[in-house]
Design a protein around this ligand. Structure first.
Ligand code: ATP
Length: 349
């Protein structure tokens, strides 16, 4: 359990900047997800925390200790990688106890701790089984138990569930979150999957090209994106390039999106509006007074919701609605696209 302080971390590989001025405070017991597209620097940051990678510049303190001076093997960090690196010839119990063995913990204590952890991750009956005879999900649990057995100050996970099928992945996400809450261990979890990050993180740190675009709770990054990149990266979204004039309608693409109220009514000049698909609704042309009219190009059922893609003057607009009834509009139909400006978010410029 630890409080982590990263300030102005930079990592260069020759001329290439993999991380640039990364500054972040992580509270004791927090569950952080590092999220971003491939190559944005997530793994590099995790490896710096683990001591597997050096920084080019910047400071890293954990519980007030300058971690850059602590070698990797003395950092007491639990790690789970996508490739689990379990010992296939050893049993579940031996794998879980491995880190304690290396630390010279006596056999009885190791055994007891390994039994506790094996039970905690839901594998109590498999203590003596070789890991080569386990399913993918069971191996994942062994890797988690092994990382936690040493009572790490930091628990680091790098895309641990990406090789698992969707159902098992969701199940393990919930289990890991519950386990982390129970143990209170400060956790940093790398993923490129927005839904995974939203469902498990206390706070999501979104990286892009080696810089932090935004760090916030799942609600903050979803509902109040601070950049167009975050607005588009966190789930499906509609971003409109609009023109504000104080006291006048908000204009997009030559049409009115309505008269704003509150602070939006005081804005002037060009801006970007983010409107989530769940805040749009479709209506028959001429029925709702919206100037935004489009042609339905694609309709798909996503279980609980229906997603409709429309073409409005060459722009793609996405609408979602709960799927408690048949879609009102089919491909080729025309529809008015309606939304309330109160549900639109102005992306800071
Ligand atoms: P992914 O989701 O694909 O794993 P990532 O966000 O974890 O990506 P990193 O592995 O942190 O990305 O890599 C960040 C950038 O640094 C990438 O462009 C990568 O090619 C580069 N990089 C990483 N390690 C090295 C290295 N040892 N030498 C040169 N470049 C590297």
């Amino acid at each position: 359990m630890a409080q982590v302080s990263l300030s102005n971390i930079r990592r260069m590989y020759g001329e290439f900047t993999a991380l640039s001025d990364v500054t972040l405070e992580i509270g004791t017991g927090e569950f952080i997800c590092l999220l971003g597209p491939s190559g944005c620097g997530k793994t590099t940051l995790l490896r710096i925390l683990a001591g597997l990678e050096e920084t080019t510049a910047g400071d890293l303190f954990v519980d007030g200790t300058d971690f850059s001076k602590v070698p990797c093997h003395q950092r007491n960090i639990g790690m789970v990688f996508q490739s689990l690196a379990l010992f296939p010839h050893l049993s579940v119990g031996e794998n879980v106890a491995y880190g304690l063995d290396v630390r010279g913990i006596d056999k009885a204590t190791r055994h007891k701790r390994a039994e506790e952890l094996t039970a905690l991750v839901g594998l109590p009956g498999l203590f003596d089984r070789p890991v080569s005879a386990l399913s993918g999900g069971q191996r994942q649990r062994v890797a988690i138990a092994r990382a936690l057995a040493i009572e790490p100050v930091l628990f680091l996970m790098d895309e641990p569930f990406s090789a698992l099928d969707a159902g098992l992945r969701e199940h393990l996400q919930i289990e890991v979150k519950k386990l982390q809450r129970k143990l209170g261990v400060t956790t940093i979890f790398v993923t490129h999957d927005q839904n995974e990050a939203m469902s498990i993180a206390d706070r999501i740190v979104i990286l892009n090209n080696g810089v932090i675009e935004q760090a916030g709770t799942p609600t903050e990054v979803y509902a109040r994106p601070q950049s167009e990149f975050v607005a588009n990266f966190m789930g499906t979204n509609n971003v409109f390039d609009v023109e504000f004039t104080p006291g006048q309608d908000v204009m997009w693409n030559g049409i009115s999106l309505g008269r704003p109220t509150g602070t939006m009514a005081t804005l002037s000049g060009k801006g970007k509006l983010s409107v989530r698909p769940e805040y749009l609704r479709l209506a028959p042309v001429g029925s709702a007074g919206s100037q935004m009219v489009g042609t339905v190009e694609f309709v798909r059922l996503l279980g609980a919701s229906i997603e409709t893609e429309l073409n409005v003057d060459g722009h793609t607009i996405i609408d979602t609605m709960i799927s408690d009834r048949a879609p009102e509009f089919g491909e080729g139909d025309q529809a008015e696209v309606c939304f309330d400006l109160d549900h639109a978010w102005v992306i800071p410029s």
